[in-house]
Write a protein that binds this ligand. Structure first.
Ligand SMILES: *[C@@H]1O[C@H](CO)[C@@H](O)[C@H](O)[C@H]1NC(C)=O
Ligand SMILES: *[C@@H]1O[C@H](CO)[C@@H](O)[C@H](O)[C@H]1NC(C)=O
Ligand SMILES: *[C@@H]1O[C@H](CO)[C@@H](O)[C@H](O)[C@H]1NC(C)=O
Ligand SMILES: *[C@@H]1O[C@H](CO)[C@@H](O)[C@H](O)[C@H]1NC(C)=O
Length: 498
């Protein structure tokens, strides 16, 4: 399969490096004053780029093909916030205001930020039975427990454990691996990252069983709605199923929307390309890289009018929201992200992210959809050492242990926004019959800095440097576990309705 580079999302401008710019605190302050944010203390002693980075020497004796750069040229860097701060890279996430080094494990700690709004997420780490539990307390963090079914095991709290059986397919056995995720083909030297599986704390998560899965979904259809990470997930599913069946592919190689039919199993998969979930238009119809206009309160009827035909919808969105964009409400321009205009309100990604989910969920509630909608939550990227466009890389070869990293900064905020909007949708669903479920990929993927293509999404090209891909996931790779989750989630749904 081949896809146009233009359809792929911009890499998340994430970096573990602390900001050195003198302007950074000013920007952070500006952002802190405009939106409620809480930056918990991070424990970053483990996050220094380790000296394993040298293992990824580029080998130039490989055949050279023209790579498709999935991480595009960054947008113009000049923007203004509050009129005073210019020429800083605003695509960087806001630096953590309360960043602190911390070398002891399991020590109870608590950090409070000055309240900029009544809604503050406060996180505590509680040393409990030798395992550090990450609990998000306060009105915001409580939401997660309310989204989970008390009667059932929380599949998403756990850790990665060794799995010598993995992987369950390779680049040679699955032809659905998109080039820029085909890490084995492009010479990734290590294989350890393929040998882990997710272990929930309170139960087992069976690994994906293709035969069983196809029995489970007979007579059903699944739609993925989202961006290239959603497609990454779908391709993982197709690869895992390839051991027993291959679908009829009804889509053209360059189609952004996909349709696969497993005719013998009466099971269909569709992908609706909707990186912003809502109605959009291009500021330049011929150039995908130019900022999009987002109509944040309007449905994207391309998918919303078709969704009622499906049994399951897996909805997700993420990294595109960090791109320059114009925001419309009621057809009126209300703000923008990284636009050059000084007479437009400069707002944040959080503004558009929240409204996009609210509108997407409203569309599902309005669609007479009798199936189940899963929110697959934000999957953090893992650029280390520098920003994504300044040479930042993800060169690790092992997962983090559960105590080595915490969800923080904008990843925490994006995640909380998703949980809050899911909760709102669930409440509305009580009237409409809409069923909304949490598919919490965030925690598991936070722990997988080793799962990205990095430089192994294409062949190296002499005298050319490409941004490393620390956003998508290698196939095979840790994203395969999303289908372990999916199998279990569907089993619960189907078990329930029988
Ligand atoms: C799969 O990857 C291996 C290297 O691990 C490579 O030799 C082989 O050509 C690749 N196969 C395909 C079909 O890309
Ligand atoms: C799958 O798609 C085919 C062709 O559109 C359709 O006939 C069939 O009913 C679909 N099956 C399911 C389970 O949706
Ligand atoms: C939306 O815009 C229309 C006309 O542009 C206006 O009449 C209407 O009051 C607006 N609605 C809201 C909720 O602002
Ligand atoms: C790469 O750069 C070197 C030195 O600047 C030059 O000699 C060589 O021709 C360049 N190769 C390509 C493929 O452009």
């Amino acid at each position: 399969m081949k896809f146009q580079a233009s359809e792929l999302p911009l890499g998340k401008p994430q970096s573990r490096r602390s900001k050195t710019s003198k302007l950074a605190p000013l920007i952070a302050l500006t952002i802190l004053l405009t939106i409620p944010l809480y930056y918990p203390t991070i424990r970053d002693s483990s996050k220094k780029l380790s000296d394993t980075s040298h293992v990824f020497e580029e080998s130039l004796d490989e055949p050279i093909i023209k790579p498709t750069s999935h991480l595009e040229t960054p947008p113009p860097e000049i923007t203004k916030i509050g009129g005073d701060v210019a020429a800083e890279d605003h695509r960087e996430p806001p630096p953590a205001a309360a960043r602190k080094k911390h070398h002891e494990k399991g020590r109870k700690k608590r950090t409070r930020k000055p309240q900029t709004d009544s809604v503050i997420a406060q996180r505590e780490e509680i040393n409990n039975n030798d395992k550090t539990q990450i609990t998000i307390t306060s009105s915001r963090g409580d939401i997660r427990s309310r989204l989970l079914d008390d009667e059932k095991c929380d599949l998403f709290s756990g850790e990665w454990v060794p799995n010598p059986e993995g992987p369950y397919y390779t680049n040679d056995t699955c032809n659905a691996i998109q080039e820029h995720q085909n890490c084995l083909k492009f010479g990734r030297p290590d294989r350890g990252f393929l040998k882990w599986k997710w272990k929930p704390d309170d139960c087992e998560l069976p690994v994906f069983d293709p035969t069983r899965f196809l029995e489970l979904v007979r007579g059903k259809s699944i739609a993925f709605v989202g961006d290239s990470v959603a497609r990454n997930h779908m391709q993982s599913l197709i690869c895992l199923l390839s051991r027993v069946a291959n679908p009829v592919d009804l889509s053209g190689p360059l189609d952004q929307n996909k349709r696969y039919e497993y005719r013998e199993h009466d099971f269909n998969i569709s992908m609706f390309w909707a990186p912003y979930l809502v109605k959009t238009s291009k500021t330049d119809p011929n150039d995908e890289k130019r900022p999009f206009k987002l109509y944040l309160d309007e449905f994207d009827d391309h998918w919303t009018t078709r969704i009622a035909l499906f049994d399951y919808v897996i909805i997700s969105a993420g990294h595109w929201f960090f791109r320059p964009t114009y925001f419309y409400l009621n057809s009126t321009l209300v703000g923008c992200l990284y636009c050059p205009e000084s007479n437009v309100n400069h707002l944040t990604s959080y503004f558009s992210y929240r409204r996009a989910f609210r509108t997407a969920f409203r569309a599902i509630n309005a669609a007479n959809f009798n199936g189940v909608a899963f929110l697959r939550t934000y999957a953090p990227s893992h650029f280390e050492g520098a920003a994504w466009d300044k040479g930042g890389d993800c060169a690790r070869t092992r997962p983090y242990g559960r105590n080595e990293v915490v969800l923080e900064d904008y990843s925490l905020e994006m995640y909380l926004i998703q949980l809050e909007e899911l909760r709102i949708a669930q409440k509305a669903g009580r009237r409409t019959g809409g069923r909304f479920r949490l598919f919490d990929a965030t925690r598991a993927m936070l722990l997988r800095p080793d799962g990205h293509p990095s430089k192994y999404g294409h062949w190296p090209v002499a005298n050319q440097t490409f941004a490393n891909d620390c956003v998508h996931w290698c196939l095979p790779g840790p994203i395969d576990s999303w289908n372990d989750f999916l199998q279990e989630l569907l089993k619960r749904e189907i078990g329930e309705s029988r």
